[in-house]
Design a protein around this ligand. Structure first.
Ligand SMILES: NC(=O)c1ccc[n+]([C@@H]2O[C@H](COP(=O)([O-])OP(=O)(O)OC[C@H]3O[C@@H](n4cnc5c(N)ncnc54)[C@H](O)[C@@H]3O)[C@@H](O)[C@H]2O)c1
Length: 300
């Protein structure tokens, strides 16, 4: 039986919201921390809408939806996590930002048994563990997007993670959350992104060099390989900023051209074309960005 009774999540974007949702749906109280009050409001809206979607699609009965919603708290103070048993960091893929979060968590957590996890896609876990005085209790738990739907979690112990931390984290993820794990060494990109990202970047290069249109690249992989999404639609779903950040970490680690972010990807990120989350990437999306929708009109 797991000893993890309360979970904290740092960041309530695409991934943090999804991780919080699966914890709550598994009956675990979860506190999510955003960087300020407005972002916390947007995060709560994101979570509520996702629970509503699950209910509307018959994946969650009305009672379970209410029970899950009641287990979620979204706040803007990291200190709220001081007595939680597991804290999962899911802020943007930026090493400096993540190190700052780990340093602060290490200083404010009062319990020795608390585990700290990162949902990083490609930053080596040891770099974050080394910012704490408890590297034996730090581990990578790499969830996949959308978290309520995709069953995989990559379990990434660093060189200093203790076997008991790995066992407790695996137990929580598999038994409590009902996910499947693959274990991987602490190398940038782990298993899935080390394979996936060069493919996404190759698709972007095809469009950049005019070999094929966005629509044809995506149709090719959907119709020809039975992928549920084409690579450009998938990059939009991941977020083009996150895709570029993952590519940069992979390139910094391996120095192989296949991981180097194509200029088109960088220009799109610099232009604010981030994919689904901004409404425009390689494809156009109807919905307004959640952060804007959450903000009162006077603040837009
Ligand atoms: N997008 C994906 O498909 C995907 C998949 C697996 C893993 N990841 C990883 O998950 C992490 C988060 O990615 P995302 O796609 O959710 O990004 P995102 O941009 O959607 O969300 C990041 C959130 O972190 C918040 N944040 C920033 N600084 C903060 C702070 N100091 N305290 C609290 N919150 C803060 C931001 O306000 C934002 O809401 C990244 O490390 C990414 O690589 C992403």
């Amino acid at each position: 039986m797991t000893d993890i009774k309360r979970v904290g999540v740092v960041g309530c974007g695409l991934m943090g919201a999804g991780i919080a949702e699966v914890c709550a749906r598994a009956g675990v109280p979860v506190t999510v921390v955003e960087r300020d009050a407005e972002a916390a409001r947007a995060g709560l809206l994101r979570l509520t809408r996702s629970l509503d979607r699950a209910a509307a699609h018959g994946k969650l009965g009305a009672e379970r939806r209410e029970a899950a919603a009641a287990l979620i708290t979204v706040v803007d103070q990291l200190e709220a996590l001081h007595d939680h048993d597991l804290v999962i960091e899911a802020v943007a893929e930026d090493q400096r930002l993540k190190v700052e979060v780990f340093t602060r968590l290490d200083a404010l957590i009062t319990q020795d048994h608390t585990l700290l996890a990162t949902n990083t896609s490609a930053i080596p876990v040891i770099r974050l563990a080394a910012a704490t005085g408890r590297p034996d209790r730090v581990i990578g738990l790499h969830f996949f997007n959308p978290v309520p739907v995709l069953r995989l979690v990559e379990l990434v112990p660093s060189l200093l993670t203790s076997p008991s931390t790995t066992a407790r984290a695996e137990d929580f993820v598999t038994r409590t959350l009902g996910k499947e794990v693959v274990r991987t060494r602490d190398k940038a990109g782990f298993v899935v992104n080390a394979l996936l990202v060069p493919y996404l970047l190759a698709a972007i290069r095809m469009v950049e060099t005019g070999s094929a249109t966005v629509e044809d690249v995506d149709r090719g992989m959907v119709l020809g390989c039975a992928h549920p999404l084409g690579p450009l639609a998938l990059a939009d779903l991941i977020g083009l900023d996150t895709t570029r950040a993952i590519a940069e970490s992979l390139y910094a680690e391996f120095r192989e051209p296949q991981y180097s972010p194509p200029p088109l990807l960088s220009r799109m990120v610099e232009a604010g074309l981030l994919g689904r989350k901004s409404g425009q990437g390689f494809h156009t999306y109807d919905s307004q960005p959640e952060r804007e929708r959450a903000a009162p009109a006077s603040q837009r």
